[in-house]
Write a protein that binds this ligand. Sequence first.
Ligand SMILES: *Cc1c(COP(=O)(O)O)cnc(C)c1O
Length: 435
Amino acid sequence: MKFENSKKLYKKALELIPGGVNSPVRAFKSVNREAPIFVKKGEGSKIWDEDENEYIDYICSWGPLILGHNHPKVLEAVNEIIANGSSYGLPTRYEVDLAELIIETVPSIEKIRLTTSGTEATMSAVRLARAYTKRNKIVKFEGCYHGHSDALLVKSGSGLLTEGYQDSNGITDAVIKDTLTLAFGDIEKLKKLLLNEDIACVIIEPIPANMGLIETHKEFLIEVREITKKTGTILIFDEVISGFRLALGGAQEYFNISPDLTTLGKIIGGGYPVGAFGGKKEIMDLVAPIGRVYHAGTLSGNPISAKAGFATIKYLYENKEKVYKELEEKTEYLVDGINKLAKKYSINICLNTLGSLFTIFFTDSDKIENLEDSLKSNTENFSLYFNTMLEEGIIVPPSQFEAHFLSLAHTKEDLDKTLISIEKAFKKIGEKNGK
Ligand SMILES: *Cc1c(COP(=O)(O)O)cnc(C)c1O
């Protein structure tokens, strides 16, 4: 395989853009590659790079593309309005349509505000929780990622982990002091914190997928809900990944737990820039212009994103009896195959999976339940896995600390081809480890 055009573009990008990329994980640094691939186009389960290499894609834009690349329904929806103009800074019907569909499908959301990214959604939800409770401190879990606003970058996951650190520079001591963090799953410490201090909100990925996919226990989430209720603390479910991914109503439907506020993103924009926060009317009505919690955006709820998101969710809604089952079956088929191959080549892995998400942790542990567990993984083995897959025409997340995403466009043929490549990767890892 040749990567000349990507390498050239990367070289140029390095002069112009810090690290050559507009989001750190894209640099492929932690998987020891000279350059990332530069993508030219996508269709269904596949993408093509600037050197015309074809890949089966398990990144799927990090989650939005649950229907696959360039889905005809989404393309048709966008085409219907794209010639009309782009954005007006005034309301459009498409925002109302999307809001209505989300409120109908996500159980705890009574009112919703659209943003341009997930980062803005979580940032605004935290501000809203502080205004509602008139408290300052917030609680988040180590390794959960909620975008890159100051308060939420403390002990964060995703790209930071990939780069080998957890806290960003440039955040004031005051902000760090107001963000309390604890290990995912540590209910005793959470109870102690909430009972002893005034905490505005607990923000959590109900299905943590930004330190690799972490196993969640429903009992833990139930206890989080109970203690936050008891202490008058707002519970924010960050469902930017899990929303519409596991079920129409996301993790809250899947686990049957109702948060006070929910943040969404990714899937609800159908591949276009988006985010949203919503929840109880009583809380949401504090948002400007009716309340005094300020949130705004030049492109908030822009018509193209709203229309693409609506088309995506509508497709899922109309086919809900089969889409989630189909996604789960495909993922199960793949994951079963991977587990069998790991056994065959004596590769120690812990394969966490839920719905259409999974992470192969290269580790001796048989349980990965929090950041500490996740960080014990062998990233050299992961790198060998990533690179073998890439050279085989399969693109997986370029980091041990991210999830693989399946889409409805992935075919049985794709999955079988993937398993053949994984067998090669595991063989290499086995040889390297002298087995
Ligand atoms: C991706 C993500 C975000 C941030 O969304 P952006 O649109 O990238 O700003 C927030 N929370 C979670 C759980 C995410 O996965």
